[in-house]
Design a binder for this molecule. Structure first.
Ligand SMILES: O=C(O)[C@@H](CO)OP(=O)(O)O
Length: 256
């Protein structure tokens, strides 16, 4: 089939843990009030541009599901088929999960915290069984259910590099075939998952990806030709100032 192949992506709205400036990763934090509003603004931008979809993809994490639900209800597609996968979860932040970013910056220096957050391949320390959030993450009902049905090994820490190793095969094998069949796809995911896709689709270097930040709750659009070459890349919808502010917010370490 010939025609425009459009994929819309969005990062979930702000989570409670992001609001508190805490590393979240696989911890299942809910959306904050601001995050709910961001999801609604995201939905409104899609509605204004008349976007509708055939299929949505998201992670196992509630903040992404809440965002997706707000979007699908607002654009009048509450029954849109949704496929969820752990492969679209936020990166696993290892032992940094639950740590306040500003406190870590005081202890280790801002540049070390930014290396953990945005470098391509520097791994945070591993989360072991003694970690305060170990049980909360591994006893999550969706993770437990998945462990019964699959032999896939889950990570205990990830950089962008390891995140790409699980996201890109999922994109290539599970999402692309639907796009090629002409389906309009919406992906609601997490900062590092979207950075993985952007790095892959736009051929961003290991160095340049460090300065790419994804604002919460602002949709962006990719357009592909029939051979899945990128024709138009990462076009954010909406107000330029709001996009810039969102990017700056995602980039900064934040305060206590
Ligand atoms: O804590 C996290 O999981 C992420 C996203 O909220 O934070 P950062 O932007 O620092 O990678």
């Amino acid at each position: 089939m010939t025609g425009r192949r459009i994929v819309v992506m969005a990062r979930h709205g702000e989570s409670e843990w992001s609001k508190n400036n805490v590393f979240c990763g696989w911890y299942d934090s809910l959306l904050s009030d601001r995050g709910m509003n961001e999801a609604l603004e995201c939905a409104e931008l899609l509605k204004q541009s008349n976007y509708t979809f055939d299929k949505a993809y998201t992670s196992l994490l509630t903040r992404a599901h809440q965002t997706l639900k707000i979007i699908t209800e607002h654009i009048g597609q509450p029954n849109l088929p949704v496929e969820e996968s752990w492969r679209l979860n936020e990166r696993h932040y290892g032992a940094l999960t639950g740590c306040n970013k500003a406190e870590l910056a005081e202890e280790y220096g801002e540049s070390q915290v930014q290396i953990w957050r945005r470098s391509f391949d520097v791994l945070p320390p591993v989360m072991d069984k003694s970690h305060a959030y170990y049980m909360s993450i591994w006893c999550h009902p969706k993770i437990v259910a998945h462990s019964y049905t699959s032999s896939e090994k889950f990570p205990s820490t990830e950089s962008l590099k390891e995140t790409m190793e699980r996201v890109i095969p999922y994109w290539d094998n599970f999402i692309v075939p639907h796009i090629k069949r002409g389906q309009r796809v919406l992906i609601v995911a997490h900062g590092t998952v979207l950075r993985s896709l952007i790095k892959y689709l736009d051929g961003v270097s290991d160095n340049d990806i460090c300065s790419i930040n994804i604002p919460s709750g602002i949709p962006f659009v990719y357009e592909f030709d029939d051979d899945m070459n990128v024709v138009s890349s990462k076009k954010f919808l909406g107000d330029k100032k709001r996009i810039e502010e969102g990017i700056a917010r995602a980039a900064s370490i934040g305060s206590h």
